[in-house]
Design a protein around this ligand. Sequence first.
Ligand SMILES: [Zn+2]
Length: 385
Amino acid sequence: MKIVILLLLSLGNFFFSIQAQTCGFDEKIATLAKKDPNIYSRFEQLFRNKNTPNHRQEIVIPIVVHILWNHESQNISDETVHEQIKILNRDFNNQGDLSIIPKEFRPYIATKKIQFCLANTNPKGLPSSGIERKSTKIEIFTGIYENALYSSSRGGFDAWDESRFLNIWVANINPDILGQATFPGESHTFDGAVIHSDAFGTHENTNSGLGRTLVHEVGHYFGLPHIWGMDNGCEFDDGIEDTPNQETHHFFCPRHPSISCGSPDMFMNFMDYVNDECMVFFTQGQMDHMINVIHNQRSGLLDFACKEIVKVDDNENYLSPNPTHDLLIVHSKLIGEIQIFNSIGQLVMNKYKPVGQDTHLDISRLQGGIYFMWLDGWVILSRFA
Ligand SMILES: [Zn+2]
């Protein structure tokens, strides 16, 4: 039977430990709590809202990766970024090595999934790889909130619209920390995850070399606490029904069973601190909680991004003339609403298109510039000034 969460902890009861390289989540929460004691109740609120709409069958989260490098080895390749996205998609669909999960925990393996993609339009609606990179003179970004990391003018990168993109910064951060993440509603400027350059993608011969630091941090980003809760002890747990109450974290690759709080610990869960090769799954309770958080606190992520950009000369769906001044003809067999967005993603025109007909649009009231239309893929159109 679960003990209700965590959160009405007094600061006196709250402590954390940092050994070797860990996640910065607990340390950050403790730091924030000194300035804002309501931080706990805001986190707890994430567990109260269970109002999940059923109409969305698929969740795909658009990601932008901001890479900052001081040494060439930190200039993570595009291939490594793509590999890391694959790891996210594998692990948020529980397709890792599930054979290491003890039989007693297998009924709790999540069957739902969350998917990820690199954003292919930027906040202005323009095509993008979802990856941006630059060299920086800053050798180490230290501290829980290293402002320079989140500021383009100070050597880092500004966040993309945090309501629509999962921002991930990759940099040489405090060497004691592999990564950290914000929980929903915590911060606009810093919202997202930060991953140490050495723990992003796969690396040989390290405890964190299989790309699961980001899996763990994205768990926090979607509102999961560590599996032992936010304190060391058995009084409070993580608030998730199907994870056993657990006293504290594990490092390396422990042997099952590791007993605490009267039951075997689920240390092979992504939200413990074990080595990457020994963390392999989320429970259904954790997945349900994350999906609830996405629908209720991060629903903007479900709109707009990660759509394929089609070529303007696609012979099924295209516009003519393009560029144009007044008249635009939409050639497409699609039926439904035609929508035109400006370069910052605002809807500026819409019209219903009947089946099987070319549709004429008068765009004379639009200003000159670049616009986007969804025709089974993004089509770029431009109007003469
Ligand atoms: Zn963590």
